[in-house]
Write a protein that binds this ligand. Sequence first.
Ligand SMILES: Cc1cc2nc3c(=O)[nH]c(=O)nc-3n(C[C@H](O)[C@H](O)[C@H](O)COP(=O)(O)OP(=O)(O)OC[C@H]3O[C@@H](n4cnc5c(N)ncnc54)[C@H](O)[C@@H]3O)c2cc1C
Length: 381
Amino acid sequence: MDSIDVLVIGGGIAGASAGFAIAANRGVVVLEREDAPGYHTSGRSAAQYAQGFEPAVVRRLAIASRGFLSNPPSGFAQAPLLSPRGSLVVGRVGQEIALATEVAEAQADGVDERLVDAAEARSLVPALVADDLAGGVLEPGAMDLDVGALLGGFVRGLRAQGGRLVTDAEVIGLDRRDGLWLATTRAGTFAAPIVVNAAGAWADVLARMAGVAPLGLVPKRRTAFLFDPPAEFDTGRWPLTGDLDSTWYIKPEPDRVMGSLADETPSAPCDAQPEELDVAQAIANIEAATALRVRRLQRRWAGLRTFAPDLQPLNGFDPKAEGFYWLAGQGGYGMLTAPAMARAAAALIEGRDLPPEMRALGLSTDALSAGRLRESTSRAD
Ligand SMILES: Cc1cc2nc3c(=O)[nH]c(=O)nc-3n(C[C@H](O)[C@H](O)[C@H](O)COP(=O)(O)OP(=O)(O)OC[C@H]3O[C@@H](n4cnc5c(N)ncnc54)[C@H](O)[C@@H]3O)c2cc1C
């Protein structure tokens, strides 16, 4: 049996980043069921860094992550993790107040967001259909995020500090005995006084396995695909563009465009697959809102974005289960918040407060705690 200080369950971006941060001062092992890290949601994202259109806590975590993503530790990645893209969310006539409210809220948190009128929106993305277009919200500083490099950097950094990532190590039993959590896996048994639940869509499943009451996390499927770039437009410099109602978005990539339905269909935890109907609906929505025509799909996929009932992430010890730490519910923001979420987890696990720069942004342990959800989810069912 392997004994360490902290056991992290889940080798997606949450578990890898937490393992990296915890390994600075503690012995840590990350256990992943699949044969490689990032197989599930972390390998299926839109790879965007943005601060707008997020719940306030997420926005502040995004802001707190920006320094790391812009300037990671030496040797973390071979190339910049962020590259310029921008983001544009367009609204219909009648949605002007909603657009303005978003800008006011984001600007109050220091986010560089501004309103654009229909003409400017169309100058940025000439394929936008003019009918009914009121304008949009532009975040010029939104970025493309190299998620492969981010995940790879966390895993390399974890190992460089003496931590371990064990793949093909599905946790099939998790019990508390004599002050230790014992995790039974095909790769052996691991013991630690603290276990970090970074199991993504399976976070509530893992809690139940440990005899800990679940928190009501809901995985929601999102559908995405890549299509050939249109011959009639040069999409290279377009921002990631979507609509305020969240019925579609597109993101230009080299030699292709990513599209999504922006769907949020509740799902059981699973290896999510795209539904034909969702792909067809996404294409119909993109073709209705823009002059783009989706002629050939290069690839399609789906992933699960997992949300707590109040849509805020979880980063804290369970108040009723000694040594059981929740790092879950990252929803659609797990990549862009990973550096700050990991730094916060390492501090709290070591018994410290949140880092001062996070507190200065208005983040608090209460807002991230599992305890905030306990009242409504106290039954272990
Ligand atoms: C289409 C789409 C677009 C997105 N776009 C963005 C974006 O632009 N920006 C952004 O920041 N975020 C985005 N997201 C969200 C982001 O991808 C997630 O928030 C993030 O990947 C969640 O990471 P995770 O580590 O919690 O989950 P996962 O990556 O799913 O990792 C959890 C891991 O736990 C493992 N596991 C579960 N149970 C066990 C067990 N019993 N034993 C061992 N291992 C176990 C699983 O195998 C899995 O690898 C997007 C998501 C989707 C689907």
